[in-house]
Design a binder for this molecule. Structure first.
Ligand code: BGC
Length: 430
């Protein structure tokens, strides 16, 4: 009898143990299935992330595109942005169109029309996908002086593309004040990064020219951390070929050479033809993360007028050992809105001489040495506009960059302000 009871007890314990294991396994299955269904559903509706209701927004007509959001909408927006409970957005966005129909790429819409096509863009030109947690938060920085119609064309074309690419972003237009001085795009960009940093953390910065339009939405504006990226490497203006040219002036140092060094160089160059370096342009649409930007000390402050600042950035990036990447190849092809050089953006004919000092100047001339003044901050519906005063070039700089010199004179020109800069170890004198 006792033996039977023992066997019965053992059998019951065994059965209970089995039941517990089964229960555990069943629970595990349920959880997994739930996870899979959730991912499935999310994959279906992540394609359309444009159904945010922004009707609560108040629009004000006194300034085109100006907008003020009520406090509740701002709260709603930030709750949309910080959606940690959502699954991450897919590793490749759904719903892209590939090569775009660019017949009417240069559309001239009014701000109201662009706004009505982009109701899901929030306060100050911000966007975040609604149904998944974006992988990247990108600051799109557009340097500007005048050119309102180009800005309209750019935003009408690019907002829908950026939205389809499923990342979080904010558009910062950094405008140099309109006065008699020359445009300095690089300084405006340095000021822009400073403003963006006040706004919050961004995984990377895209420097986007206002006149460059993407032709294929598979060229992703997503951040990448290994190297800076040149998205606009294939541009219609250059027949879609990367632009690389022979340097005009060989690299120079800020320290003047002694006459014996000069003699030695001269004799050497007689026997060995000095190797010409190539300059790879690095403008149009460029992407860097914060560490890379700081590492190269941002952009040089001394290029006034058109040209040179992008070549300088390419020298900086390479001299710090980075490669310039273009991961999507010809998918990243762009069209330029045709235009002429404005008066305030005349060609800097001496840019190649400034470029020859690019790596020598890098430590003392850049983001950490830039001087500018904030003039205004306005949040429009499709972008945030920050106006800055970046100062004006010195008289000797204006004289230098506007005179046409022959190559030898240009490349051997003694630049007193550069020597001064070296001696004083202080920001360059504008
Ligand atoms: C200028 C660059 C420009 C390139 C292509 C060069 O001569 O220095 O700033 O991007 O031409 O237009």
């Amino acid at each position: 009898m006792a033996a039977r009871v023992i066997v019965l007890l053992r059998l019951t314990r065994f059965a209970l143990y089995r039941a517990r294991v089964c229960l555990f396994l069943a629970l595990l299955c349920l959880l997994t299935l739930d996870g899979i269904t959730r991912i499935d559903t999310y994959e279906q509706y992540v394609i359309d992330d444009t159904d945010i209701d922004f009707r609560e927004l108040e629009y004000f007509d006194e300034h085109p595109g100006t907008f003020r959001a009520s406090v509740s909408v701002q709260r709603n927006f930030s709750s949309l942005v910080h959606r940690q409970s959502l699954p991450s957005c897919p590793t490749y966005p759904r719903g892209l169109q590939g090569i775009l129909d660019t017949d009417d790429i240069f559309r001239d819409l009014s701000w109201a029309e662009i706004r009505s096509e982009n109701r899901d863009i929030s306060h100050g030109g911000r966007y975040a996908p609604q149904h998944c947690a974006p992988r990247y938060k990108v600051a799109i920085i557009i340097p500007l002086r005048g050119r309102d119609s180009q800005l309209r064309t750019l935003l009408a074309h690019m907002h829908p593309i950026w939205k389809r690419q499923n990342f979080e972003y904010k558009v910062f237009v950094i405008s140099q004040i309109e006065d008699a001085t020359l445009y300095n795009k690089a300084k405006v960009l340095n000021a822009g990064v400073s403003a963006v940093r006040k706004d919050g953390h961004y995984d990377c910065y895209v420097f986007q020219d206002v006149d460059i339009l993407l032709e294929d939405d598979r060229c992703l504006y997503w951040c990448h951390h290994a190297n800076p990226r040149h998205l606009a490497m294939h541009l219609d203006k250059f027949r879609y070929k990367p632009l690389v040219y022979d340097e005009v002036c060989p690299p120079r140092s800020l320290v003047e050479r002694t006459s014996s060094e000069n003699l030695r160089r001269y004799i050497n160059s007689y026997f060995h033809k000095p190797k010409r370096h190539k300059v790879q342009t690095f403008g149009g649409v460029v992407m860097m993360n914060s560490a890379q930007f700081d590492n190269v000390n941002g952009l040089s402050n001394i290029y006034w007028g058109w040209g040179g600042e992008d070549d300088d950035l390419s020298v900086r990036v390479k001299s710090k050992g980075y490669a310039i990447e273009n991961p999507y190849g010809e998918r990243c092809s762009f069209r330029m809105i045709p235009h002429k050089h404005e008066k305030g953006n005349a060609k800097n004919v001496a840019r190649h001489a400034l470029l020859s000092y690019a790596s020598a100047r890098m430590a003392n001339d850049g983001y950490f040495n830039t001087r500018f003044r904030y003039v205004s901050y306005e949040e429009h519906h499709l972008y945030t506009n920050i106006t800055v005063d970046v100062g004006r070039p010195s008289r000797e700089m204006v004289d230098f960059i506007s005179q046409s010199l022959d190559k030898k004179t240009l490349c051997t020109w003694k630049m007193p302000w550069m020597k001064q800069e070296k001696m004083r170890k202080s920001p360059p004198k504008d």
